[in-house]
Design a protein around this ligand. Structure first.
Ligand SMILES: Nc1nc2c(ncn2[C@@H]2O[C@H](COP(=O)(O)OP(=O)(O)O)[C@@H](O)[C@H]2O)c(=O)[nH]1
Ligand SMILES: [Mg+2]
Length: 397
């Protein structure tokens, strides 16, 4: 299990880490973090949604989480540094010791099984959205309709649609005038003001069905994080360039520890495909965990090869070739970092390749096996540009 602290570091999953920021977790580096406020009814699954993804706590431990007693902040370093605020069950906005406008996103977790408290919960969410909108119209809203795996597929779809419909309805019916004191500059007697707010809130809120037991939760977080990435369009266009120049089918940029997709080339992509690739990555990383003790042992001098040996172990070339072949360009680029890399022929015609970019980021590429065999050199050459491009974008942010 990952360290329980509120500042997981890159070493949690075994990379030799070179943190981009000094994540002390003592509040010293809070200012540059995108803040995400997670709220919802008691036992809706807020803590579970955070811990299973950002602290790598296995889903089987979810039933044993205690009740959250006070606000907890989880710092997480990814393509953008995040701070995720977990809230206790009786949470009210006035308990925040920072202005509501500090947050970039509010995630509302709603327990899909609780039909009887839907309505109250939705009301609470809408109230929160309006309050937040009035202090910061750029704030983003996400609702995780959670524990979805419990319901049958039909029932699940029905509930999902019903919750979205009810949320829109409550946004329309909200007594905006009661919040006039929070927005002295807006005229709530003017119907056009109200309808502008209504339209914006309805179009802004993003819904996702989630469960800690499958990849849907990481998918939902992926949308939240992508919403926080000012550089998303730039990264996507780099991925698109790389993918088309390499004649690959799809490229996914992953946050390694959480397994959240940060960007894709956005071509021929389906939810199923994203799910499968996410599953692949987490299975592969489990292998790495398995080998880590072995790697450490060797790195500690059994054969004196240290990091070089670690690197060989971290590589799992599905075709079993080039174990002792010439060193790749990525070794030359940053000799201190034993970046992981891997390629697997999944099916006769399909190959999946993975390259680690930074302690936080890995690229997964799906391509035709014949393309991989014929163009591997070009692909790895193109990769240098992609990697440089991504790093440059990260540096200017
Ligand atoms: N079936 C199911 N139960 C979940 C899921 N996520 C959380 N739970 C359960 O919901 C309960 C409350 O979870 P917790 O994260 O502590 O909720 P919080 O009070 O909102 O922080 C726990 O008993 C969890 O086992 C899920 O995805 N599916
Ligand atoms: Mg909790």
């Amino acid at each position: 299990m990952a360290p329980n602290g509120t500042t997981p570091t890159a070493t949690a999953s075994g990379e030799s880490s070179k943190p981009r920021t000094v994540a002390s977790g003592k509040g010293s580096d809070d200012a540059h973090r995108q803040k995400i406020l997670v709220v919802g009814w008691r036992k809706a699954g807020k803590t579970s949604c955070i811990k299973t993804v950002f602290q790598q706590v296995p889903a089987r431990e979810v039933p044993y989480f205690g009740v959250t007693q006070k606000i907890e902040r989880v710092n997480y370093d990814s393509i953008v540094p995040l701070q995720i605020w977990d809230t206790p069950s009786n949470f009210e906005l006035d308990q925040l010791d920072v202005p509501l406008s500090t947050f970039s996103t509010i995630v509302y977790v709603l327990d899909m099984q609780q039909d009887d408290s839907y309505h109250e919960s939705i009301l609470k969410f809408v109230h929160l959205m309006v309050r937040a909108y009035l202090v910061n119209p750029n704030l983003r809203f996400s609702m995780f309709i959670h524990k979805a795996e419990v319901l049958s597929e039909d029932y699940r779809g029905e509930n999902y649609a019903e919750i979205q419909r009810a949320t829109s309805e409550e946004i329309e019916d909200f007594p905006y005038k009661t919040l006039q004191t929070f927005a002295p500059n807006l005229d709530f007697d003017d119907p056009s003001t109200i309808s502008m707010i209504i339209n914006q809130l309805i179009s802004d809120v993003k819904f996702s069905m989630t469960s800690v037991h499958d990849v849907s939760l990481r998918d939902a977080w992926s949308k939240v994080i992508q919403g926080s990435m000012e550089m998303l369009a730039a990264v996507e266009s780099l991925l698109l360039d790389f993918t088309s120049h390499s004649s690959a089918d799809n490229s996914f940029l992953f946050d390694i520890r959480s397994g959240v997709i940060l960007a894709t080339d956005n071509r021929h992509r389906t939810d199923d495909l994203s799910e499968q690739v996410t599953e692949y990555l987490s299975s592969f990383l489990q292998f790495r965990e398995l080998y880590k003790p072995l790697t450490l042992q060797k790195a500690n001098g059994v054969n004196g090869r240290g990091d070089k040996q670690a690197e060989t172990n971290a590589q799992e070339d599905g075709e079993g070739e080039e174990e002792d072949g010439p060193r790749g360009w990525w070794d030359e680029e940053d000799p201190d970092e034993p970046w992981m890399t891997q390629s697997t022929r999944l099916l006769p015609n399909t190959t999946l390749s993975l390259w680690q970019f930074t302690p936080y980021l890995a690229l997964v590429v799906l391509l035709r096996t014949e393309t991989w065999q014929a163009r591997r050199g070009t692909i790895e050459y193109n990769l240098t540009f992609l990697r440089q491009g991504v790093r440059e974008i990260l540096q200017v942010m």
